[in-house]
Design a protein around this ligand. Structure first.
Ligand SMILES: Cc1cc2nc3c(=O)[nH]c(=O)nc-3n(C[C@H](O)[C@H](O)[C@H](O)COP(=O)(O)O)c2cc1C
Length: 186
C-alpha cells in the first residue's frame, strides 16, 4: 500500500511543508509507505497545446515534452493513494503545480485515464490573508474530477487555524490510511 504526496511551495520549511509533513506522519503511524515529491525541485515545462490543441495527450495519454513529468505521472499511476498539497498563490495553486496538473489533466481527461477511480486528499495552504483557500480547493477538486478521481478530504490551512488544523491533518492522514487499507479505492 503506497501513497504519493505531491507538493509545491517556494519554501521548503514553511506552512506547506509543515502541512505535508504532518499529513505524512498520520499515514506513517498507520504503517503506510509513502513517497514525497516536491514539484518545485523538478523540471516541469508548460503544455505546448500541440497539433490543433489535441496532441499526443489525446492519442496515447502521454506528453511530448521531455522533462520530469512522465516519471511523476508513472508514480501516481502506480500509487494506491494520492495527496496534493499546494501553497495558495492568487487564490489558486502555485505556478509549478498548475504546470504539472494542466498536463496531467490532458493525459487523463481526454480518455479514460489510468488515474480514473483513484481517491485523493486535497490540501491548500493559504499563509497570507487566508483569502482564496476555498477557491484553490475548488479548482483542485474540479481538476481531479475532470480526471475522474474522487477527493476524500479537502483541507484548508491558514495562519488563523494553523494551531488546530495541523493536528487535524495528522488525523486526516491516519484516516486516509485506514480508508486505503480497507480497500477504499475499490
Ligand atoms: C505570489 C504569491 C501569491 C500569494 N497569494 C496568496 C493568496 O491568495 N492567499 C493567501 O492567503 N496567501 C497568499 N500568499 C501567501 C502564501 O500562501 C504563503 O506564502 C503561504 O504561507 C504558503 O506556504 P509556504 O509557507 O509554504 O510559503 C501568496 C504568496 C505568494 C508568493
Amino acid at each position: 500500500m503506497k501513497t504519493v504526496i505531491l507538493w509545491s511551495s517556494a519554501n521548503t520549511d514553511g506552512l506547506t511543508a509543515a502541512a505535508k509533513d504532518t499529513f505524512l506522519a498520520g499515514l506513517h503511524e498507520q504503517g503506510i509507505e509513502t513517497e514525497d515529491i516536491f514539484l518545485n525541485g523538478l523540471t516541469i515545462r508548460p503544455c505546448l497545446a500541440c497539433g490543433n490543441g489535441f496532441g499526443q495527450c489525446l492519442s496515447d495519454g502521454s506528453c511530448v515534452q521531455e522533462d520530469d513529468f512522465a516519471a511523476v505521472y508513472k508514480k501516481l499511476v502506480e500509487a494506491d493513494g494520492i495527496v496534493l498539497v499546494t501553497a495558495v498563490y492568487f487564490h489558486d495553486l502555485t505556478e509549478q503545480f498548475k504546470l504539472f496538473i494542466d498536463r496531467l489533466r490532458r493525459c487523463e481527461a481526454l480518455r479514460d485515464g489510468d488515474l480514473k477511480g483513484k481517491t485523493c486528499t486535497l490540501v491548500a495552504c493559504a499563509g497570507g490573508s487566508g483569502n482564496g483557500a476555498v477557491e484553490c480547493l475548488n479548482i483542485m477538486e474540479t481538476t481531479v474530477r475532470h480526471m475522474k478521481m474522487t477527493p476524500t478530504d479537502r483541507i484548508s490551512i491558514t495562519r488563523y487555524n494553523r494551531d488546530y488544523m495541523l493536528p487535524a491533518l495528522r488525523s486526516s492522514g491516519a484516516r486516509y490510511a485506514q480508508f486505503l487499507t480497507e480497500g477504499g479505492n475499490d
